[in-house]
Design a protein around this ligand. Structure first.
Ligand SMILES: [Zn+2]
Length: 392
C-alpha cells in the first residue's frame, strides 16, 4: 500500500479516478502508468445536430466508458458540458441560439466533442388558408354508397389533424428536436365564388360517375372545376385513381404571374388519408426518401427505401449514413406524422410569402379573375407534380 501511496503523490486526479474504477472492478493488479486508462465515448441519440432554442427542443446523448482493455466500465457518471457550462444529465435544452460543443468529463479526462446548433426560435403571423374540396362522384349515389369521405365529420377530422400537425399540437412522448409550429392552418371555406353560402362548408360536389379515373380524365375534371386559386386551396377527391396513387400534388410557383405560370391543386382518392402529406407537397415539400444527396431539408434525415419501409407501423428508419432514426414527418409514407420541422417551415413560409395562386391573405386581396368555369386564362395546371402511392 505504501508503494501505491507514493505513486499517488506524483500522479494526478485522473489516475486516482482510474484507481477507483479498477478497485471497484475488483482487479488485483493495479498499474498506474498511463494517463489514458479510461476513455469516454459520447454519442448522440438523435440523428440531426440541429435543434431550436425555444427551451423545449432537446437533444439527447448517451455515453460509454471503457478501460484500457476496452472493457466497459460501469458505476461512474461523467459531468456533461455545453461549451463550458455544466448541463443537467444527458439532454440539452436552451433558449440561447448558437453553436454548442457538447462533451463529457471525468476529472480531466474528456470525451469526444459533439457539435450542435441551436437555432433561433421564431414566431410568425398565423395564416389561415381557405379550402374547397371538390368531390367527384355520382351525386345520387352519395346516399347509398358507403364511402368514408362522404361523411363530413370524417373530412373535418382530417382538416383538424392536419391543423394539429401544422401547429405542432399532436401529442406524443417521442419528440423531434426540430419540430415547430408553422403558424399555418386550413379551414373549410363557407362561401362559393358567387358569394352565396355553400350547402356544406368547404364542399363542392361534381356530378361525374364513380370509378377509376386516368390522369387525363382527372385533369379534364379539374380544368372544368377549378376555383380561383387566389381564394381557395383546390382539393379534388376521386373514387379511385388509376395506377393506385393515394394522391398527388404539385409545387406552388414562387414568383411570376398567375396567368402564365402553373397553378397548384391537390388530388386524393376517397380515403383522403394523405391529407397532411399532400398539403406538404402543395407548400413545396419533398419526400425525404429515395435520394441520398443534396437534401432540400437539412433537419430531416434522408433514407433509401427498404422492403419494410412502407409498413404503416414502421417508424424506425435507417438514414443514408446507416444511423437508425424515428420518422416524424408527414412527408414520409409511414412514421408518426407528428410535426413539420424548422427547415420545412422555412420552405412553407416562403410559399406563403411568395407563392402564386395560393389563397394567402396577400393573394386573396387581389382581384379574382378566375371563377367557376372561367379557368381559360390559366394555361398550365400542375408544377412538378409528385405522385404518392404509399409504396416505394
Ligand atoms: Zn408524396
Amino acid at each position: 500500500m505504501d508503494k501505491i501511496m507514493d505513486i499517488f503523490q506524483i500522479k494526478n486526479k485522473i489516475l486516482f479516478l482510474f484507481f477507483t474504477i479498477v478497485v471497484s472492478s475488483c482487479s488485483k493488479t493495479i498499474e498506474l502508468k498511463s494517463k489514458n486508462k479510461i476513455t469516454i465515448e459520447l454519442g448522440q441519440t438523435s440523428v440531426s445536430a440541429l435543434m431550436i432554442a425555444d427551451g423545449k427542443s432537446r437533444l439527447t446523448f448517451e455515453y460509454s466508458i471503457f478501460d484500457e482493455n476496452n472493457q466497459p466500465v460501469k458505476n461512474i457518471t461523467p459531468v456533461f458540458y455545453a461549451n463550458n457550462l455544466k448541463i443537467d444529465g444527458l439532454e440539452f435544452k436552451t433558449t440561447k441560439s448558437g453553436e454548442y460543443n457538447i462533451f463529457a468529463k471525468i476529472n480531466d479526462i474528456k470525451s469526444n466533442v459533439i457539435k450542435i446548433t441551436a437555432r433561433q426560435s421564431i414566431e410568425y403571423e398565423v395564416v389561415k388558408l381557405p379550402v374547397i374540396v371538390h368531390v367527384i362522384g355520382d351525386l345520387e349515389s352519395y346516399k347509398s354508397v358507403s364511402q368514408r369521405f362522404y361523411s363530413v365529420p370524417f373530412l373535418k377530422e382530417k382538416i383538424n389533424l392536419t391543423n394539429d400537425i401544422l401547429r405542432n399540437r399532436v401529442k406524443g412522448n417521442l419528440r423531434d428536436a426540430n419540430e415547430c409550429d408553422t403558424f399555418i392552418e386550413l379551414y373549410l371555406e363557407e362561401k362559393a365564388p358567387d358569394g352565396t353560402t355553400l350547402p356544406i362548408a368547404g364542399i363542392h360536389k361534381i356530378d361525374s360517375p364513380l370509378g377509376e379515373k386516368s390522369g387525363d380524365e382527372v385533369l379534364e375534371i379539374i380544368k372544368k372545376n377549378f376555383w380561383n386559386p387566389n381564394k381557395y386551396v383546390n382539393f379534388y377527391i376521386f373514387d379511385k385513381l388509376k395506377g393506385g396513387a393515394a394522391g398527388y400534388a404539385g409545387f406552388t410557383q414562387i414568383g411570376g404571374n398567375i396567368s402564365s405560370t402553373p397553378v397548384n391543386y391537390i388530388v386524393m382518392d376517397k380515403g383522403i388519408g394523405p391529407f397532411p402529406h399532400e398539403f406538404g407537397h402543395y407548400l413545396n415539400l419533398n419526400h425525404p426518401f429515395s435520394i441520398c444527396s443534396e437534401p432540400q431539408i437539412k433537419d430531416i434525415p434522408l433514407y433509401l427505401p427498404t422492403p419494410d419501409s412502407n409498413k404503416p407501423t414502421f417508424y424506425d428508419r435507417i438514414n443514408c449514413d446507416g444511423i437508425r432514426f424515428t420518422s416524424f414527418t408527414p412527408l414520409d409514407y409511414g412514421g408518426y406524422w407528428q410535426s413539420y420541422t424548422y427547415d420545412q417551415r422555412k420552405v412553407m413560409r416562403n410559399v406563403i410569402d411568395n407563392g402564386v395562386g395560393i389563397p394567402t391573405p396577400k393573394n386573396i386581396a387581389k382581384s379574382g379573375r378566375i371563377s367557376v368555369g372561367e379557368s381559360n386564362n390559366i394555361k398550365y395546371f400542375g408544377n412538378n407534380i409528385i405522385y404518392c402511392n404509399g409504396q416505394h
